[in-house]
Unconditional design. Structure first.
Length: 604
């Protein structure tokens, strides 16, 4: 077997006997604390600040902490990154009887936390306190005693704190660590797999942890979450353009980054020159970040530039959100643009979905396979919701059993590619040729593959309202990739983020399915097979003949595409496979198109 030849272990979900993290303070120590006031003449100004030596605030945090459009909302939480620090600011906009201040007082209280604590420095742990301080200061901004006390209590004391923080973030669903040496002898940013940190006994997510918005992420993007996930896996530059407030968009940035992590066990399958194991989250950005984005775009065009400048992450792709629409017009700065619906869209009679596009306005839609996968994922989540009562920490409520919203599913068809004529012809032909048995068999195989991604992650996740569940359960063992986890998880309490763990694990298993199947295809492919292959005219759109003729290509047939969980009829999925193989394995791909053959002659 290919896996045994490489000696790679299977990916398992286990409960660690002892957490591989150091004991850290409940609140991460802060390197800076600041108060920003709005002045009708001078704009946003820093009216109070305290920081450790060498931490620059002026001309930076005023813009990063207060994106455009905040004057239209009463409060917000803004996340950003700057020069090795994660920033969090709590914004308050309150009416006051002061004509000089235009009858409104706007201010923000913010902190900087070292990024050595994780991709957001666990800054969300300060959110509740910052909101409380901001609410007091909006009444009397001259009384800064609360700021002084908070700084004295939570400031970073010495360098040893940062050294300790370089360990895994104990609260991050997928904790980021310093890049160690792998068995291949190269540095890689590594990440834990299958949401292990969420499974620690007695573990809880703090109230403002971004992972609480994972279910909202699925509801907001629907089946579009899968092409977004694929773009994140390819380490594209992804920009979310929306409106204030930005807290939810910042949470989405965090979650997209986490969902696109490469699990530890899978990372050892990749080539030494493959893309980073994680996607950089930049969180909130604006027009003042254009110079940084421009410079980063130069790095992305020159792979050697990052090593020359000593910045290992420069040009490696990112995900960010913005309220400055001018950034969406500069398509040289991003690869994928996600435009969120306007705030009033929530009142529309039909669901208004975000739009996803590439540069030059090329639209991106989910495939028919994505739509079916989204239905099955929602059904699996419904099974868990039906057995668990959850209290969301930010908006306490009882979650009843999920009932599928047929209207919402119908609306989702707007963001899905239409069924191709070839796929329709194939379905009609196979129904005629096999009396429907072939199509039913394909449905069972696909459903079993989807069930395998959720098995052991929640109650009753195997029979997810899919056809012939008995056949599906019997087929799971043969369809589950050998590197995919099949180990049972220990039961979780209601408030241990069961749904969040399920979603993270689902996407990480999907990533493992994609990459491990490609690794097997490489093992089973030979140069001679590619050199003898003559692509047909129908395959020209999917095949780079020059690449194939070089003898370095990997043959990707429809069976491989199915095992990867991709749409065999979608040109966009075929292109994705080619990019994925090049990104993580440094190989070229010949993707075989699907068609109809009668007596060995291709007719469609």
């Amino acid at each position: 077997m290919a896996a045994s030849r490489r000696g790679q272990p299977e990916l398992h979900v286990r409960l660690p006997s002892s957490p591989s993290v150091v004991a850290l303070p409940d609140l991460p120590p802060i390197s800076a604390l600041f108060l920003i006031d709005f002045d009708v003449k001078a704009g946003y100004t820093i009216s109070w600040k305290a920081s450790k030596p060498g931490v620059e605030l002026d001309g930076v945090v005023e813009y990063k902490s207060l994106p455009s459009g905040l004057h239209t909302v009463s409060e917000d939480l803004i996340y950003f990154v700057h020069d090795g620090y994660a920033g969090l600011s709590a914004f308050v906009n309150a009416p006051v009887e002061d004509t000089a201040a235009r009858n409104a007082r706007m201010l923000a209280v913010g902190v900087l936390v070292p990024l050595s604590y994780g991709r957001l420095g666990r800054a969300w742990k300060h959110a509740e306190s910052l909101k409380a301080i901001a609410s007091k200061l909006v009444v009397n901004s001259k009384d800064v005693r609360a700021l002084e006390e908070y700084w004295e209590t939570n400031q970073a004391r010495d360098a040893t704190v940062d050294d300790a923080a370089s360990k895994d973030d104990p609260e991050s669903p997928i904790a980021a660590t310093k890049p160690p040496k792998t068995s291949r002898g190269h540095n890689r940013n590594r990440s834990a797999s299958d949401g292990t940190a969420l499974m620690l006994p007695g573990h809880r997510l703090s109230p403002f942890h971004p992972a609480w918005s994972l279910t909202k992420l699925l509801d907001t993007f629907g089946p579009l979450i899968f092409p977004i996930h694929r773009a994140a896996l390819l380490r594209k530059r992804i920009l979310i353009s929306g409106h204030a407030p930005v807290e939810q968009a910042c949470n989405f940035v965090y979650n997209i980054s986490v969902l696109s992590n490469i699990p530890l066990a899978t990372s050892d399958l990749l080539s030494s020159s493959s893309a980073s194991n994680r996607l950089r989250p930049l969180f909130s950005i604006g027009v003042h970040d254009i110079p940084f984005l421009t410079d980063d775009a130069k790095h992305s065009r020159n792979s050697d530039a990052a090593s020359l400048d000593g910045d290992a992450e420069a040009g490696t792709g990112w995900v960010a959100c913005t309220t400055d629409s001018i950034l969406s017009k500069k398509d040289t700065l991003w690869d994928v643009l996600i435009t969120m619906p306007p705030p009033h869209a929530s009142n529309a009679k039909t669901h208004v979905w975000p739009t996803v596009e590439l540069t030059q306005g090329v639209p991106v839609k989910a495939t028919q396979r994505d739509m079916r996968r989204w239905r099955s994922l929602k059904a699996g989540i419904a099974r868990i919701e039906g057995n668990v009562i959850l209290s969301s920490p930010t908006t306490p409520q009882t979650v009843a059993a999920y009932k599928e919203d047929d209207a919402l599913l119908d609306d989702a068809e707007q963001v899905v590619e239409p069924t191709s004529w070839t796929a329709l012809a194939y379905s009609g032909f196979m129904w005629w040729a096999s009396a429907g048995e072939k199509l039913r068999s394909d449905e069972v195989e696909e459903a079993a593959q989807g069930a395998a991604l959720l098995t052991d992650l929640g109650a009753s996740s195997i029979s997810m309202n899919m056809p012939r569940s008995a056949d599906i359960a019997a087929s799971i063992s043969s369809l589950t990739p050998r590197r995919l986890s099949t180990a049972a998880s220990a039961p979780l309490e209601a408030d241990e983020a069961r749904l969040e763990l399920t979603i993270i694990s689902f996407f990480h298993r999907l990533t493992t399915q994609l990459l491990s199947t490609l690794a097997d295809a490489i093992d089973n492919s030979s140069d001679s097979d590619i050199e003898d292959e003559s692509p047909t005219e129908e395959d020209d759109a999917l095949v780079d003949v020059d690449e194939v003729s070089q003898g370095h290509g990997v043959h990707i047939d429809t069976d491989v595409m199915k095992r990867m969980g991709l749409d065999i009829w979608s040109p966009s999925d075929a292109e994705f496979v080619k990019e994925l193989l090049k990104t993580y394995f440094g190989r070229q791909a010949y993707v075989e198109g699907k068609g109809i053959e009668v007596c060995g002659i291709r007719v469609c």
